[in-house]
Design a protein around this ligand. Structure first.
Ligand code: NDP
Ligand code: 8X3
Length: 250
């Protein structure tokens, strides 16, 4: 079995790579930070004796993604599972004060990047007669919160695309699952606040957030249901979080 995980250099993607490798799956791991991906490949191949291929591309650039996917050998084009995980929030500002470059990064990564990977990999699954696509949405794709405007819009788009893909790929025996986490402690908030680690730490102060491993286990679970079962949609939250903004802190 072969799994493609986008955004495997950090957080949820890295943990997801670990759990699949531990269970004997071969992997294609992607991201921009080549050194991290190479180190992860070495670690997973050494510890779990699986094959790991690194693809280094910026998911916002269709021709880079296309070049990487079409360069795969025939064997590596037999992709069983695609985890569309690469994504980010950039900024937390009102709509009138929002930064255009933040908006473009989020739209280009979370919506267009997910579409690019899917457009290139779904036809390979169709050729193989089966497949499973797991889209990482967010509680921000189910609710909207103050200053979350464009990030929430991109994750609402992921919600809509997951539903649309499920319909379009139904005839091709391709499962589509959306997983929508609440707060997970990864590099997410450091990226959101343009590298401000102190501000990022405050997001998780006084709470036990989800760990990337929690999401990885959920992804692995949905991908290991029997052939006749598809999990359409999951919202997974820390116990201390009831909605995007209702959080109990110590
Ligand atoms: P991290 O910042 O830890 O990881 C994000 C990953 O996405 C990195 O591997 C990064 O790789 C990759 N990525 C980002 N931009 C690009 C790009 N332009 N091209 C290629 N890869 C890219 O965050 P998380 O693990 O938390 O985020 C993973 C997903 O989970 C995202 O879609 C996020 O929206 C979603 N999510 C996160 C939640 C949270 O609270 N953490 C909650 C709900 C959803 P690199 O920088 O090497 O390119
Ligand atoms: C990440 C969770 O609440 O910061 O998708 O939007 S949140």
């Amino acid at each position: 079995m072969l799994v493609v995980i986008t955004g495997a250099s950090s957080g949820i993607g890295r943990s997801t790579s670990e759990i699949f490798a531990k269970n004997g799956y071969d992997l294609i791991i992607t991201g921009r930070r080549q050194e991290r991906l190479t180190a992860l490949k070495t670690k997973l191949e050494t510890n779990y004796h699986v094959n790991v291929k690194v693809l280094n591309f910026d998911i916002r650039n269709f021709s880079e993604v296309e070049k990487a996917i079409t360069s795969l050998s025939a064997e590596l084009q037999h992709i069983d599972i695609l985890v569309n995980n690469a994504g980010l929030a950039a900024g937390l500002s009102s709509i009138q004060e929002g930064d255009l470059s933040h908006w473009e990064r989020m739209i280009d990564t979370n919506i267009k990047g997910l579409l690019y990977a899917t457009k290139l990999i779904a036809p390979l699954m169709i050729k193989n007669g089966k497949g499973h696509i797991v889209n990482i949405g967010s509680i921000a794709g189910k609710e909207v919160y103050a200053n979350g405007n464009v990030y929430c819009a991109t994750k609402h788009a992921v919600d809509a695309l997951s539903k649309g893909m499920r319909i379009d790929l139904l005839a091709h025996n391709i499962k589509v699952t959306a997983i929508n986490p609440g707060m997970v402690e990864t590099e997410f908030s450091v990226v959101r606040f343009d590298g401000d680690e102190e501000r990022a730490k405050k997001v998780y102060a006084g709470i036990q957030p989800l760990l990337p491993e929690d999401i990885a286990e959920t992804i692995y679970w949905v991908c290991t249901r029997p052939a006749h079962v598809n999990i359409n949609d999951i919202i997974i939250m820390p116990t201390v979080q009831a909605s995007a903004t209702n959080v109990i802190r110590k």
